[in-house]
Design a protein around this ligand. Sequence first.
Ligand SMILES: Nc1ncnc2c1ncn2[C@@H]1O[C@H](COP(=O)(O)OP(=O)(O)OP(=O)(O)O)[C@@H](O)[C@H]1O
Ligand SMILES: Nc1ncnc2c1ncn2[C@@H]1O[C@H](COP(=O)(O)OP(=O)(O)OP(=O)(O)O)[C@@H](O)[C@H]1O
Ligand SMILES: [Mg+2]
Ligand SMILES: [Mg+2]
Lengths: 165, 165, 165, 165
Amino acid sequence: MYLKRIEICGFKSFVDSTILELTPGIASIIGPNGCGKSNVLDAVRWVLGEQNPRVLRADKMADLIWAGSSTRKATSFAEATLIFADCDKVLSMDFHEIAITRRLYRTGESEYLINKAVCRLKDIESLFMDTGLGPHAYSIMEQGKIDQLLQMKPEQRRFIFEEAA
Amino acid sequence: MYLKRIEICGFKSFVDSTILELTPGIASIIGPNGCGKSNVLDAVRWVLGEQNPRVLRADKMADLIWAGSSTRKATSFAEATLIFADCDKVLSMDFHEIAITRRLYRTGESEYLINKAVCRLKDIESLFMDTGLGPHAYSIMEQGKIDQLLQMKPEQRRFIFEEAA
Amino acid sequence: TKDLFIDTFNAAQKNFHEVFRHLFRGGNAKLTLIDEENPLESGIDVIVQPPGKNLQSINLLSGGEKALSAIALLFSIYLLKPSPVCVLDEIDAPLDDVNIGRFTDMVKEMVNRSQFLVITHNKRTMESANNLYGVTMEEPGVSKVVAVRVTGEALYDGEVLADMN
Amino acid sequence: TKDLFIDTFNAAQKNFHEVFRHLFRGGNAKLTLIDEENPLESGIDVIVQPPGKNLQSINLLSGGEKALSAIALLFSIYLLKPSPVCVLDEIDAPLDDVNIGRFTDMVKEMVNRSQFLVITHNKRTMESANNLYGVTMEEPGVSKVVAVRVTGEALYDGEVLADMN
Ligand SMILES: Nc1ncnc2c1ncn2[C@@H]1O[C@H](COP(=O)(O)OP(=O)(O)OP(=O)(O)O)[C@@H](O)[C@H]1O
Ligand SMILES: Nc1ncnc2c1ncn2[C@@H]1O[C@H](COP(=O)(O)OP(=O)(O)OP(=O)(O)O)[C@@H](O)[C@H]1O
Ligand SMILES: [Mg+2]
Ligand SMILES: [Mg+2]
């Protein structure tokens, strides 16, 4: 299974609909400071079900929606989609390709979709159960946070192992 | 005033007597991971009077003494010297050049010297008062710690300003 | 359950020892249960010794040695249950060129198990990728993605890449 | 004393605004007293807005934007009472090439007031130095210093520098 496409629209600095077409292997994301690279990682984590805005560097969920700039007004919602391919035997649903979408409105309403069908956050979480993927799996290492693996208290480190078990 | 020479012997990874001859201007210290660059910064801070081993990444002061390796035995003391030049009007003592030495023995004994004359830590601290130099002045920015300036609580940030005042 | 945790811990311990020695080209590393009598409650400690160096507290390690040790730990846990997608955000920042080479070589060894998205500013890390995605911000605050394919020499002649950096 | 602190704070505030705009080539930044009624007790807050971007919480800034803002704050405090020697350990790690240029240009502007010791892995930062000092570790665990003078093109042909990296 691999991530075939990431679509981001209205999420953080990606005000315009943006697409990354990916292939198996190693993809490197590059660009100047502040251009939006870590925001892509945040979008991936967010679609996978991250519920704590602070993990996404925001004070509250609404801060994830394009806030406007000197040339553009704020938008009313943020949306991101992850499309996985070759997922027949890996995920708990029986599809060759699967698209997961999360949408958040400024009103606070949230929507989750699997292959364009509305579902609950729970469904997305159980989809990825046991794959090692998820907002709190060890598969996403955010900027500046790797030192914590060594600095954390032994008790906290235990949680990470329990999750991997 | 400028730092003309740093001499390190037995301090952390500098088991052999090591000398850096410096000039005014910008000096860049380079080398592979783990070769000893930050240890030079620690030596500077230590001679200026740092009393908290944790700031120097050590659990206790004795950890600052060369601990031995697969090819060398541990030593019984650590020593470092800073030689400042053109310091006539800057420091509170009337010398053109001044050498400050700190020595630590495994027994726990410490020695401080100004121009080879034994003195107390207090004398070294008052020498640098009001120059902006010292282990806790803002003139030494240790690896990985610059983020804290922005992340620290507003009350903690106040201390830094009080020190600069 | 107790057995599941103990099996996971033992596997992680074995991985960590091997991955560390692979990334450091030698040395020693272990994970230990602080309270062996009580594995279900015990915290997990990390002990690390780069090749040729004395065994000391983790705090005395250099910035780069800590980062590479943390990467070894991350990969050890990841190898227990490789997630289909792994996102790494600038974890190469404190590494020197030699260590970046060792890190990217290891990512290439794991690419048959997972797809890697690596965010970086480092040219050597970029060279290890199959595909490059440049994120730009021409209009203030607005992120845009440009796919930049790796084609050997063209990589550094690419106008987009010149703009990237 | 109250006046000394208020004068220091006002001067730092002015510095921060100017240094930030200089390093970011625009934008806005201020230091504020959280409790203006009570300046002797009040914490100090930092507000930052890179050019063209919306004013948002500091947490939403990128790793490089936070690092450059912290550098601006460090330099603002430093400028209040420039210390004769300033030691910076790898503070350029999260910066892209353009920002490293802006950072090193600013260090060059301050070199008449202080001597700078800059520890780095970055080639562009090395090029900004008057003198280079290479630290090596041929014998395991033993640090040794080699002075490597900057002489234009020779910098990258130097055998020592090849060994450095
Ligand atoms: N809701 C939002 N609306 C508009 N812009 C936003 C929003 N949230 C975050 N941003 C902007 O996104 C930028 C940060 O992007 P990001 O962290 O992805 O940068 P980066 O490419 O990772 O940079 P670096 O190399 O410095 O780590 C910030 O400048 C921030 O102001
Ligand atoms: N008392 C000691 N005896 C022997 N070696 C020591 C002692 N204290 C520290 N060291 C060694 O010094 C090394 C760290 O050096 P230092 O932090 O200066 O590296 P560095 O050049 O800054 O590397 P990096 O680029 O990764 O930051 C560690 O490997 C540590 O084991
Ligand atoms: Mg980033
Ligand atoms: Mg270091």
